[in-house]
Design a protein around this ligand. Structure first.
Ligand code: SAM
Length: 268
């Protein structure tokens, strides 16, 4: 298989994996408000939300008066985003597409955002080059990502142990949550880099309830369960046991703590 075909197959897997994500919008909605504020979104800004999912960032920015475009790989989530925009009574331009090949002109946007979105593109250099290409000089790029050493980053590492390896050249998503890596990737193409951290609190009745919820909604977890349920139930049981041992340090008062990183920079 050529590497182009391998990346296309990988993205098809992503598209299938994320299609049940909609219920998790309740968790990402508060983050969206913080990201929009962190990025300094103002009325009149031309804004792109990359990996927009059900539109939580896009709609929040549009409510602040921005002219918003949202792009995502997964049509099921875009349908939900259209419905959310209709209910919120805001106008969005929503497109199915890939952050590695953005269908927009150079310098089209004042602000390019991604909330737990572009980090899932297989090639960080390609995704970032595209996000910066469509941004005006002086414009703001800002994103939320999961640090590798915390709960969601560790979850990706665990999932990786139980799934076939991705094609060569695919970077682990949580590298985008490492400030050193982010600085290096942004390099000299940006200035005024600012990092911040915040916490998403997910209500859960137990560690097992939390896992059950993610197994039905979160792409990577869903794929492990799908692949092992019939092929290797014993291995699935082992995965679940390992996962249940990972969560307790983050679980208190019926809330699971999912800390994330914010990055903001201005294009040179
Ligand atoms: C964790 S969800 C986040 C959705 C939304 N931003 C939010 O915060 O609720 C990840 C999203 O990234 C999208 N995605 C993954 N790979 C992508 C790619 N290569 N190009 C565009 N979107 C992608 C998925 O379809 C999914 O909607």
């Amino acid at each position: 298989m050529s590497s182009d075909d391998a990346f296309a197959t990988f993205k098809e897997g992503q598209r299938q994996g994320w299609k049940h994500f909609a219920p998790l919008e309740m968790m990402t909605t508060p983050v969206a408000a913080r990201l929009v504020k962190f990025a300094g979104v103002r009325a009149g800004h031309a804004l792109l939300d990359v990996g927009c999912g059900t539109g939580v960032v896009a709609i929040t920015a549009a409510r602040n008066g921005a002219q918003v475009h949202g792009l995502d790989l997964t049509p099921e989530l875009l349908d939900r985003a259209r419905e959310n925009a209709r209910i919120a009574n805001v106008k969005l331009d929503l497109r199915e597409g890939d952050v590695e090949a953005l269908p927009f002109d150079d310098g089209a946007f004042d602000v390019v955002l991604s909330q737990f979105g572009h980090m899932f593109a297989p090639r960080p250099d390609v995704a970032l080059a595209e996000m910066l290409r469509v941004l005006k000089p002086g414009g703001t790029i800002a994103f939320a990502t999961w640090p590798p050493e915390l709960l969601i980053g560790s979850t990706f590492a665990l999932v990786g142990k139980y799934m076939p390896p991705p094609p060569p050249g695919v970077s682990p998503p949580p590298q985008w949550g490492d400030v050193g890596v982010v600085r290096e990737r942004l390099g000299t193409r940006v200035k005024d880099i600012v990092f911040d951290r915040a916490c998403m609190l997910v209500p859960a009745l137990s560690v097992q309830n939390y896992r059950d919820y993610l197994e039905r909604t979160a792409g990577p977890m869903l794929k492990v369960v799908e692949s092992l349920t019939t092929s290797d139930p014993a291995r699935l049981a082992q995965f679940r046991a390992e996962y249940d041992a990972l969560v307790p340090p983050y679980f208190e008062d019926n809330l699971v703590r999912q800390d994330y990183l914010f990055t903001r920079a201005a294009k040179v």
